[in-house]
Ligand binder design. Structure first.
Ligand SMILES: [Zn+2]
Length: 493
């Protein structure tokens, strides 16, 4: 899906035209890379670390595209970075401790403390950009536009690529990586744009411009506090991401997320350990959360609140959001259904608007709209029937549906509602035989749309329409706690 919007650096035809002229590969490579260099200094590569560095350059310069960057912009960014990097809080406290241990380029190596000044760091960064290319060196493994540095790059200068005989995250499993001086330069800018949680967080996005939106806060924080951004004190990367999606989703037109994809890279690279956890956010999830941000923020908050073991009080919500793992987030990220969280069985309440539920069902669960409307119609006929019952009986009838943990119990509920219908003399049956078969069997084998999905959708609609009467009845009977226990057993999908 994402492939559609990717632009190529060079069409195949152009490539062949350039290649035909020379026969020696070395010359061709030199030619290609010098041609590319003439166009502009930096480009998006798809590598999270160099792209994060580019994000820092762009955001500091107020530019949107790499080709807009001027020499002046780069000079200013280097000065800005060198000033901060020479300070202890950045150098030993962040760069050496979490990202580039013993870095010689950024002089974070503890042995360099005395010589470390903004000017010495600045000189090292500038020298990277004027480093001559060796045409005999292999092509850079990240950008493919330049020749790599003659010597392999180690994890002290580029995160997670291993060091002297200890390979890390790196396909060829060899010692160090072939990286060009420009990609290396970009990696040195990454500390400015990254978020500092208990590890380092880079939010890599496609289209790349989207990455600017997700990292703007980091640069703003750095400008304001002169320290690395701590992501509003969020302790978990996925929680932070969902929060940012809510902020950004409110502003974004839905169309801009059509082909978007996001991967979080949560890593640490120091002398004690080198680890990375990539967290991929599927596109339908991005669009769903952005949609929630626009149409039903309250509903989304209700849903998220159900995802913690203990439901937070209103004043605790903020702390929970930053600190604790949430089942709604983790299920969304692992492709499991969160339909169960759209209803609050304890309070017999629908947590969101039907509109948000409908978007979730069609865009994330892949349920077709017609099926959803069909189920809604059945739920409305159930409501039309059971609302004629006195409060206590109404509550009991709905309880039968809530408690149905086995298919035969679910069937039994329909039969009883059908009988209610006949007793009240409501014309037309609740469902035709075909409807009945459809609701019980055609979805039966589908994991996403099992009868439990149908059950949760029916309950959503029933709660939505009968919440007040149901609550009144369960309060009178003093039975709300019992519901929750019994419901959870069978209700979880
Ligand atoms: Zn490169």
């Amino acid at each position: 899906m994402e492939v559609k919007g990717i632009t190529r650096e060079k069409t195949l035809e152009e490539f062949l035209r350039t290649s035909k002229k020379k026969s020696k590969t070395g010359i061709i490579q030199a030619q290609i890379s010098s041609a590319a260099k003439e166009e502009y200094l930096f480009t998006w590569t798809g590598h999270p670390f160099t792209d994060a560095g580019l994000v820092a350059l762009l955001l500091l310069s107020g530019k949107k595209r790499p080709e807009e960057l001027t020499e002046e912009d780069i000079k200013n960014a280097i000065e800005f970075a060198s000033e901060l990097y020479s300070r202890k809080k950045w150098s030993s406290g962040y760069i050496h401790a979490m990202m580039l241990p013993n870095s010689g380029i950024l002089m974070a190596n503890p042995s360099m403390t005395k010589k470390r000044t903004p000017d010495t760091i600045k000189a090292k960064l500038f020298s990277l950009l004027s480093e001559p290319e060796d045409p005999n060196a292999p092509v850079c493994e990240i950008c493919g536009r330049r020749h790599a540095r003659p010597k392999p790059v180690y994890r002290s200068d580029f995160p997670l690529v291993g060091t002297g005989g200890v390979p890390n995250y790196f396909p060829s499993g060899k010692d160090g990586a072939n990286i060009c001086s420009h990609c290396l330069f970009l990696a040195q800018m990454m500390p400015l744009a990254a978020y500092r949680l208990s590890r380092v967080l880079v939010i890599h996005a496609y289209p790349y411009e989207l990455m600017l939106e997700f990292h703007k806060e980091a640069i703003d924080d750095v400008k304001k506090t002169e320290l690395a951004s701590v992501a509003r004190n969020f302790k978990r990367p996925e929680n932070f991401l969902f929060e940012k999606l809510m902020d950004i989703g409110t502003k974004l037109e839905m169309g801009r997320l059509e082909n978007a994809s996001i991967t979080l890279y949560y890593f640490v690279n120091n002398n004690q350990g080198q680890e990375i956890e990539p967290i991929y956010i599927p596109n339908p999830i991005l669009r769903f959360v952005a949609f929630a941000a626009r149409v039903d923020r309250k509903g989304w908050m209700n849903i998220v609140s159900m995802g913690w073991r203990k439901k937070p009080r209103e004043e605790e919500f903020d702390e929970f959001k930053k600190r604790y793992p949430n089942n709604v987030y983790s299920k969304l990220l692992s492709g499991e259904s969160i339909l169960y969280y759209f209803i609050d069985p304890q309070n017999r309440r629908a947590n969101s608007s039907w509109r948000l539920l409908s978007f979730y069902c069609s865009e994330v669960l892949g349920l077709d709209k017609e099926a959803l409307e069909f189920i809604k119609g059945v739920a409305d006929r159930i409501v039309e029937t059971v609302e004629k019952l006195p409060d206590n009986k109404l509550s009991r009838r709905v309880r039968e549906l809530e408690k149905a943990g086995k298919l035969y119990q679910f069937e039994g509920f329909f039969i009883r509602v059908e009988k209610d219908r006949q007793e009240f003399g409501i014309p037309e049956a609740l469902m035709s035989f075909n409807d009945f078969a459809r609701i019980l069997t055609s979805y039966g084998e589908d994991l996403n749309v099992s009868w439990k999905t149908v059950k949760n959708l029916l309950l959503f609609r029933i709660y939505e329409r009968l919440h007040d009467r149901l609550m009144k009845a369960s309060e009178e009977a003093g039975e709300s706690e019992e519901v929750e226990e019994e419901f959870e057993e069978g209700g979880e999908e």
